[in-house]
Design a protein around this ligand. Structure first.
Ligand SMILES: *Cc1c(COP(=O)(O)O)cnc(C)c1O
Length: 374
């Protein structure tokens, strides 16, 4: 079965009892044991969640998927694979919540982390220590759209007996399947493209390895960061249109990347779909298309926040991956908690703008940017 068909049918077969075409929403905390023992308590399992997990596994062509109440719920649960004394190599341009959990929480439990620009495979390998048990990657990264070579990084992690993890939120399973490139564990914030409508929070862990599934399924129930049945149902509803949504996200992003690149108020555009982008060649190898996210640097950082407020169609807001275009200023919004010095070192300048391109008519988006950027 091809991707678009799987997105509609896997895990979403008609209900065998009633024939309902849409998976039923099971709002129950517990189950009668008179006639069955498969379901006991809803933290452990719920049929609507089972349907979502099956669907997510299908999208990544994986054996297993586990669902969570948020991307961070999935990420926190994945870190139960580590023990006191372990070390983790993490991409330096990682999601802010991932930086926070490694530096402010895991460090309290005796787990150390090093933040490295994983585009340089020599630096990546040099960061490994005898006690390194995990490699944490994202591609493309947030907000600089850096692309890392997932296939090569998976080989390095394996050679050091470390679990390779890829946060695949920005690409979505429609554009990139890290497990097929050798990665052990895929993370998603289903809040973004999978849900797709900015109306829910959710997360997922997807994997082929039986040992990882066994441990993480135990942790999913033990930690309890599970999604509500209703959020599972909404996510399934979103997934059905993932394939068509991603095509338009990519069409619009490609057009807007070109438009912004030629705009006098813009100094630089970060988008792996641009042929001269440093990530283009690797993105072409490991992604089907280049995604719906880009970032750009304004020539005049002092006026950019004010200019973004002039936008009429594009909404100035955090988050990404929904039908509506969202734009944000990392230095004052998503990355405000990162000290200025550290931000600048990473390349998150005061003029940087992150843009989640939605499904509006691309002409309305260009016109809106034109009138706001001046
Ligand atoms: C949003 C996001 C997360 C966290 O997900 P939540 O659903 O907000 O908890 C993790 N990684 C990436 C890349 C994200 O964009």
């Amino acid at each position: 079965m091809r991707f678009a068909t799987k997105a509609i049918h896997v895990g979403q077969e008609p209900d065998p009892r009633t024939g309902a075409v849409t998976p039923p929403l099971y709002l129950t905390s517990t189950y009668s044991r008179k006639t069955q023992d498969e379901y006991a308590y809803a933290r452990s399992s719920n049929p609507t969640r089972d349907a979502l997990q099956k669907s997510l596994a299908g999208l990544e062509a994986a054996k297993y998927a586990l669902s969570f109440s948020s991307g961070m719920g999935a990420i926190t649960t994945s870190l139960t694979l580590l023990r006191k004394g372990d070390h983790v190599v993490v991409t330096d341009d990682c999601y802010g919540g991932v930086y926070r959990i490694f530096t402010r929480i895991m460090s309290n439990y005796g787990i150390e982390s090093s933040f490295v620009d994983l585009r340089d495979l020599v630096d990546a390998e040099d960061a490994f220590r005898p006690e390194t048990r995990m490699l944490w990657t994202e591609s493309p990264t947030n907000p600089l759209m850096k692309v890392v070579d997932l296939r090569e990084l998976a080989v390095i992690a394996k050679a050091h007996d470390a679990i390779s993890v890829c946060d695949n939120t920005f690409a979505s399973p429609a554009l990139q399947n890290p497990l097929a490139l050798g990665i052990d564990l895929v993370v998603h914030s289903t809040t973004k493209y999978l849900g797709g409508h900015a109306d829910l929070l959710g997360g997922a862990l997807v994997m082929n390895r039986d040992d990882l599934h066994e441990k993480l399924k135990f942790s999913q129930n033990a930690l309890g960061a599970i999604p509500s049945a209703f959020d599972c149902w909404l996510t399934l509803r979103g997934i059905k249109t993932l394939a068509v949504r991603m095509e338009t996200h990519c069409d619009n992003a490609e057009a807007l990347a070109k438009f912004l690149k030629g705009h006098k108020a813009v100094a630089k555009v970060h988008y792996p779909g641009l042929p001269d982008d440093p990530g283009h060649a690797i993105a072409k190898k490991q992604m089907r298309r280049f995604g719906g996210m880009l970032s750009f640097e304004a020539r005049d950082p002092s006026r950019i926040v004010e200019r973004l407020k002039r936008l009429e169609v594009i909404v100035p807001a955090e988050s990404l991956g929904g039908v509506e275009s969202l734009i944000e200023h990392p230095a004052s919004m998503t990355h405000a908690s990162v000290p200025k010095e550290q931000r600048e070192k990473q390349g998150i300048t005061d003029g940087l703008v992150r843009f989640s391109i939605g499904l509006e008519d691309v002409h309305d988006l260009t016109e809106d940017l034109e009138q706001a950027l001046g």
